[in-house]
Design a protein around this ligand. Structure first.
Ligand SMILES: Cc1ncc(COP(=O)(O)O)c(C=O)c1O
Length: 451
């Protein structure tokens, strides 16, 4: 059988099992496709043949509309750090929404969450809230431009900073824009004129870009650990070199900590020991509700101060809304030192479990782990890498696990769940190994004898 046909057949049988398990999801997807383009509102959650519709999330378990339980290792793209529907967070939100959900005035919850974040994240004197991580990145970039009176930013190759055209340039996922190119139509072609691209983890290129654009670069924007295109921790010295380069050129250093804030109490900046000027946040600070936040030293954040007219207006109907603030406060209060220890231990166990499965099955997945975040790639998979990973993820769904190329744990995750995932992944890889050996032989290696 030609190699590609083997892969097509593998997809056919995995999809057949998926379809048999998920008729209600399929029906909902068909209905949704009438009123939602593609049947979805979120590019990142769609997959072929159709996404699973989830009915409930409790702790680390999702239950789909067909009644299938799925152990979650994605936690809404790393945002639900205490698992789904944590009772303390639910109670805080219930109390708050019963008293009204939003009004044209600030609320005390904003003050409390701002104080918590400024008390934890070392570079923050002041913060503002918005409704998403995308907006947080928009605002820090705008602030850096306003503060420095410069237009250009340096962004890292593949790095994702949200669905905002100012950063939707060579953003990552396969085919989404080549080097320096917009990720899609709709991003104005001149958006690239304001963005210089450097590879992640290469400070020399950043130095060179700053030297060849003197006095023009407002910000170096970086994820302290890059999460798109494979999870990558910074090499020792990289972030420090960016800090020095920014200082030498009057450029602001911006950390997108939308994901990395979960790596330690003070986020990636604390874990890696380098402080940015401005920080974009999101995900965990909203306790599972929609959120974004951004901040830095008072000297820079002052440009947002509300006077008439403000230097930099920053409006938003749901900025700092009481329900999100209540959820965020409850989530942050639960996120104490033992919680971080537990998350790091579970993250390590997950990374080890995935590596063990890959050794046992003789399929060389590349697994990277930084605290509670774990990345999985199919190295040397060439043109078939993405499809191989998609099939692995789909077959894991068939076996009751929600996995992804970037996985995570929550404080609700158990070591038993991780062991069960390891066993399921071993079986899935053993099943797919003959197909992988045909389409991407370099991915397979001798299977380790199972002890
Ligand atoms: C590093 C990073 N920045 C920004 C964003 C955008 O956040 P949001 O989806 O809340 O707009 C994300 C979302 O996944 C992210 O991972």
């Amino acid at each position: 059988m030609p190699p590609v046909e083997a892969l097509v057949n593998a997809r056919r049988s995995i999809e057949a099992r998926y379809r048999a398990r998920t008729p209600e999801s399929r029906a909902l997807h068909e209905r949704a496709s009438q009123t939602l383009p593609g049947g979805e509102s979120r590019t990142a959650t769609w997959f072929a043949p159709y996404p699973t519709y989830i009915a409930t999330g409790l702790g680390s378990t999702l239950t789909d509309v067909d009644g299938n339980a799925l152990v979650d290792f994605t936690f809404n793209s790393t945002s639900v750090i205490h698992g789904h529907a944590h009772p303390d967070i639910v109670a805080a939100v219930q109390r708050r929404v019963a008293e009204g959900t939003a009004w044209n005035a600030p609320n005390a919850g904003q003050v409390e969450l701002a104080e918590i974040l400024c008390g934890r994240v070392p570079s923050l004197d002041q913060v503002r809230f918005c409704a998403s991580g995308t907006e947080a990145n928009m605002q820090v970039i705008k602030a850096a431009r306003a503060f420095t009176n410069r237009d250009l930013i340096i962004k890292m190759d593949l790095a994702y900073h949200g669905t905002y055209e100012g950063v939707e340039i060579h953003q990552g996922a396969d085919g989404w824009g080549g080097p320096g190119a917009p990720v899609s139509r709709g991003v104005p072609s001149n958006a690239v004129d304001n963005v210089l691209i450097a590879p992640f983890d290469d400070a020399e290129i950043v130095d060179w870009l700053l030297e060849t654009h003197p006095g023009q670069v407002a910000a170096i924007v970086v994820n302290p650990a890059q999460t798109q295109g494979g999870l990558r921790a910074p090499s020792p010295g990289y972030l420090r070199a960016l800090r020095d380069a920014a200082d030498a050129h009057g450029t602001l250093l911006v950390f997108d900590e939308v994901i990395t804030l979960r790596l330690a109490r003070g986020g990636g900046q604390e874990l890696f020991g380098v402080l940015p000027d401005l920080t974009a946040m999101g995900k965990i600070i909203g306790g599972g509700l929609p959120v974004g936040g951004f901040g830095g030293p008072a000297e820079v954040m002052e440009i947002f101060a509300d006077r008439q007219p403000p230097v930099l207006p920053h409006a938003g109907t749901f900025n700092g809304n009481p329900a999100t603030m209540a959820a965020g406060i409850a989530a942050m209060q639960l996120l104490d030192a033992p919680a971080f220890e537990r998350l790091a231990e579970l993250g390590e166990a997950l990374g080890e479990g995935l590596r063990a499965a890959s050794r046992r099955a003789g399929v060389a997945l590349h697994v990277t782990q930084v605290a509670s975040v774990v990345g999985v790639e199919v190295p040397r998979g060439g043109a078939f890498a993405a499809e191989i990973l998609d099939l692995i993820v789909l077959e894991l769904l068939n076996r009751g696990f929600k996995a992804a190329s970037m996985m995570t744990v929550s404080t609700a995750t158990t070591t038993d769940e991780i062991r069960a995932l390891e066993d399921a992944l071993t079986d899935v890889l053993c099943e797919l190994r003959p197909v992988i050996a045909q389409v991407a032989p370099a991915v397979t290696e001798p299977a380790a004898s199972v002890g």
